[in-house]
Design a protein around this ligand. Structure first.
Ligand code: PMT
Length: 398
């Protein structure tokens, strides 16, 4: 499950580079976005055209594009990635990584990377056994680099022994577990309410709001990519997800959303109440379409069940509950009041006063308030990045 993950695949000059086509394909098939950085030597073993076709991204080799002077920033690449895997990784590159040599883009990217780094060594058995290689690998391990052990078997030289790069399918599996391992959300059940609700007036009309579901579905995708089992109770939205570990339960009204959320509450480790639930519903729903008349027409409204408040009262022991507050005024005060009244562990404030925040946008600007702890204010970001911030904070609370 690599959907939404950013992976840099570094390729160095080894015959095992031919296997990178299969590795890139496996990563892309799992949903990852892959950018390839190659050394000059690697280009002798596998073409940039093959890798660019498979990853649908340009291949990075030089510090800049000689045609137009475009700079290939190793710093932004290093920040973009969730994981940097160098496969195959030669003894030469391993030695340079240990010594901080920065004479190609693959190495400068390694030195700038803030993400997890994994290397899959590939070399002849004697090079692999050599004390300098073994000591270098130990040093990298000590520095937190994950070493994907090579296999024993027939080597390209014709010799038999340890040094053959791990098979691409296995490397893809290791990457998958490296990206979800360590997350407290792995295998945990997370329940998310999403989208708007619709409160029927008659068979053809309803009361609703502008929620698109983008914020909630971004949280669902990010949680799934951290290994959680996700249930989304969703009002009507135009988003379709097909992730093996995300179940979407479609509902329309606030009452239906309450029913499905309450049914799943007791089994949940984390509950995120992101839906824009109607606060009022129509008392007497008409069974026939209301006809146009001369008289004014009034609707009697009654409050809906406050799902977040119910969850706050009925959540199972240890369950982390997170609400949202969409405000137009007195933002911080209202958010803190909702955090306390609904007995939540955290509330995410987004304000209609902030450009690019709230309903419909691909971006959001949030401040998080905690039952215990200081508020955290964030800048305007894409909703998928806001989802990461929210889940990082949820992980801290778990
Ligand atoms: O869907 P998008 O277009 O991406 O927009 C995202 C969003 C603006 C909908 C989202 O970020 C957001 O703020 N969701 C909550 C909207 C809202 O209804 O806020 P509120 O302040 O009215 O409600 C406070 C909390 O109580 C919320 O967690 C809400 O889900 C919950 N609530 C409210 C009423 C109700 N009957 N039941 C509830 O559970």
């Amino acid at each position: 499950m690599l959907k939404g993950k950013h992976i840099i695949l570094g390729i160095t000059g080894s015959i095992a580079a031919y296997k990178c086509a299969v590795l890139a394909r496996a990563l892309v098939k799992e949903g990852a976005e892959v950018k390839v950085v190659m050394t000059e030597m690697a280009k002798q073993f596998i073409t940039t055209l093959t890798m660019a076709t498979l990853t649908k991204n340009p291949i990075l080799v030089d510090f800049y594009n000689p045609e137009n002077g475009d700079w290939n920033s190793h710093v932004s690449l290093g920040l973009w990635a969730d994981l940097y895997v160098i496969a195959p990784c030669t003894a030469n590159t391993i030695g340079k990584m240990v010594n901080g040599v920065a004479d190609n883009l693959l190495l400068t990217t390694y030195l700038s990377a803030k993400c997890k780094v994994a290397v899959a060594p590939a070399m002849d058995l004697d090079m692999y056994k050599h004390p300098s290689t073994q000591e270098n690998l130990e040093t990298l391990k000590r520095r937190g680099v994950y070493i994907i052990e090579p296999e024993s078997g027939e080597l390209a030289s014709g010799l038999e022994g340890k040094g053959r790069m791990e098979e691409p399918e296995k490397i893809a599996q290791i990457i998958d577990s490296l990206l979800t391992d360590g997350s407290p959300l792995k295998e945990k059940r997370i329940l998310i309410t999403a989208g708007p609700t619709r409160e029927a007036i008659d068979p053809v009309r309803y009361i609703t709001n502008h929620s698109s579901g983008k914020m909630a579905y971004s949280i669902a995708k990010e949680a799934a990519s951290r290994g959680a089992k996700v249930t989304v109770v969703s009002g009507p939205v135009n988003i379709k997800l097909s992730y093996p570990n995300i179940e979407v339960i479609d509902v329309e009204s606030a009452q239906q959303m309450f029913k499905k959320t309450s049914e799943h509450t007791s089994e949940s480790d984390v509950i995120v109440l992101c839906a824009a639930v109607a606060d009022f519903t129509v008392v007497n729903k008409e069974t026939q379409k209301v006809k146009r008349g001369k008289e004014n027409y009034s609707l009697e409204l009654t409050p809906t069940q406050d799902i977040a408040a119910w969850v706050g009262k009925n959540k199972p022991e240890g369950c982390v509950t997170v609400g949202f507050a969409l405000e137009t005024n007195n933002e911080k005060q209202n958010a803190q009041e909702k955090l306390a009244r609904k007995n939540l562990d955290m509330i995410v404030l987004n304000s209609m006063q902030d450009a690019g925040a709230g309903f419909g946008y691909n971006t959001n600007k949030v401040t998080m308030f905690f039952k215990n702890g200081q508020p955290k204010e964030y800048g305007l970001k894409m909703k998928q990045d806001v989802a990461k911030d929210i889940l990082d904070n949820i992980e801290n609370l778990m």
